[in-house]
Design a protein around this ligand. Structure first.
Ligand code: DP6
Length: 345
C-alpha cells in the first residue's frame, strides 16, 4: 500500500514573538504569539510517502540525508510517528523536503518545513484534521511552525491546559484583509545560526533576570496587535512589532551566557529604519529579527522601493527578498512529488 502527498508551505514572521516554553516536552509556550504567514516568495516543498517498499524511515532536506538517530532530528520527526499511529499505518515513511531559501539563517525554514510535513503527511494518511488540530501536532515538532498552517495573520494561543490540547492557532484575518503589507528581508548572514532557538530560549527562561516580565507583557501585546491588525492601524502594528523584537533581543542579551543574534549590519538597519520613520513624521516601516541577524522590514507596498534602496546601501546586506502575505499551505498533485529525485523505490 502506498500513501503519498506533496505540499508547499511558507515561513511566517512573528510580530509578537514566542521565546520560552511552559512545557519543554509538549512545546507549550509561556506566551501567545502573532505572525504573518508569508507568500511563496519563500517556500518549502515536501513530499511524504508511506510505502511497504521502504526498508526504513528516510528523511531528506535539500538533498541531504538526515540522521534519524540524532536527537534534534528525532524530536522534529516524531510528529510523523504521531500521525502514523493515529492513522494505524505501519509502513515506513520517506519525507523529502526542499527549501528555496537558506536553511537555518534565521528565516524560519523549520516553520515552513514542519508545517509542509504535517500538512502533507495528514493528507497522505487521509486524516481529516482541522487546522487547529494540525497546529497541536506541528507545535510539537517546532513551536513557531504551527503558525504557518494558516494564511494571513495568525495567533498561536498559548492555552491553559496542562496537556496542551488548547495550545494552537487561530486565524485573525486572511491575507485579503490587508494585502498591502509586505516583508522585506535583508539577509545579513547566510551562515547557520550558532545557538539553536530551542536551547537558546531554555537558557533565557532559566537565567534572564528580565524574563519574568515578558509573559504578561507579551500576552497584552498580542491583544493590542490583534486590534491593530483588525483596524489596519499600521503605526500601532509597527510600534508593537519593533518593541517586541527589541524586548526579545534584550532578554537574549540578559541571558547567561549571553545570546547575541544581531550583528553590526542588523544594528545599522535598526538605525536606518528609525531615521526613515523620523523623516516621514510617522511610522511607515518596522524592523523585526528572529533568532538570527537577518532583518524583516514590515511595511506597505508603497514604501518597498525606498526601503530596498536604503537596505542596498547598508554594509553587510548580502541580498534582499520581498515577500507578501500568503494563504498557508497547499496540496500539490501526484506529478509534483520529489520523492524519486532522491530515493530509488
Ligand atoms: C525567535 O519555533 O524554532 O523565531 O519550538 O524550540 O522548535 P522550538 O523553537 P522555534 O522558535 C522560534 C523563535 C522565534 C520567534 C517566533 O517565531 O515566534
Amino acid at each position: 500500500m502506498d500513501l503519498s502527498a506533496t505540499a508547499i508551505a511558507t515561513p511566517n514572521i512573528a510580530l509578537i514573538k514566542y521565546w520560552g516554553k511552559e512545557d519543554e516536552k509538549l512545546i507549550i509556550p509561556k506566551n501567545s504569539s502573532i505572525s504573518i504567514t508569508l507568500d511563496e516568495s519563500l517556500s518549502t516543498k515536501t513530499s511524504v510517502l508511506f510505502s511497504s517498499s521502504l526498508k526504513e524511515d528516510i528523511f531528506y532536506i535539500n538533498g541531504e540525508k538526515q540522521d534519524l538517530s540524532n536527537n534534534e532530528v528525532k524530536e522534529r520527526f516524531n510528529i510523523i510517528n504521531m500521525l502514523r499511529q493515529e492513522a494505524n499505518v505501519n509502513e515506513h515513511v520517506a519525507v523529502v523536503s526542499e527549501n528555496n531559501f537558506p536553511t537555518a539563517a534565521g528565516l524560519a525554514s523549520s516553520a515552513s518545513g514542519i508545517s509542509a510535513m504535517v500538512f502533507a503527511a495528514s493528507k497522505a494518511l487521509s486524516l481529516n484534521k482541522s487546522l487547529f488540530e494540525l497546529g497541536i501536532i506541528a507545535r510539537q515538532g517546532s513551536g513557531s511552525s504551527c503558525r504557518s498552517l494558516a494564511g494571513g495573520f495568525v495567533k498561536w494561543e498559548k492555552g491553559s491546559r496542562k496537556d496542551g490540547l488548547d495550545s494552537s492557532i487561530r486565524q485573525i484575518a486572511p491575507s485579503s484583509h490587508w494585502p498591502e503589507i509586505i516583508d522585506i528581508i535583508a539577509i545579513a548572514s547566510k551562515s547557520k545560526k550558532k545557538i539553536p532557538s530551542r536551547s537558546g530560549m531554555k537558557q533565557t527562561v532559566e537565567t534572564s533576570i528580565l524574563y519574568k516580565a515578558r509573559p504578561e507583557y507579551a500576552e497584552e501585546a498580542c491583544i493590542s496587535m490583534e486590534k491593530a491588525i483588525l483596524s489596519k492601524d499600521f503605526e500601532s502594528l509597527a510600534l508593537l512589532t519593533m518593541r517586541d523584537s527589541n524586548n526579545m533581543h534584550a532578554l537574549m542579551l540578559d541571558t547567561w551566557p549571553p545570546i547575541i543574534y544581531l550583528n553590526q549590519t542588523s544594528l545599522e538597519i535598526i538605525g536606518e529604519i528609525q531615521n526613515l520613520n523620523q523623516s516621514m513624521g510617522k511610522l511607515v516601516a518596522a524592523y523585526t529579527f528572529d533568532a538570527g541577524p537577518n532583518a524583516h522590514i514590515i511595511t506597505t507596498k508603497e514604501h518597498e522601493k525606498e526601503i530596498r534602496n536604503i537596505l542596498e546601501g547598508i554594509d553587510g546586506v548580502e541580498s534582499i527578498i520581498s515577500a507578501g502575505i500568503g494563504n498557508g499551505p497547499r496540496l500539490l498533485g501526484e506529478k509534483d512529488s520529489i520523492i524519486e529525485k532522491y530515493i530509488k523505490l
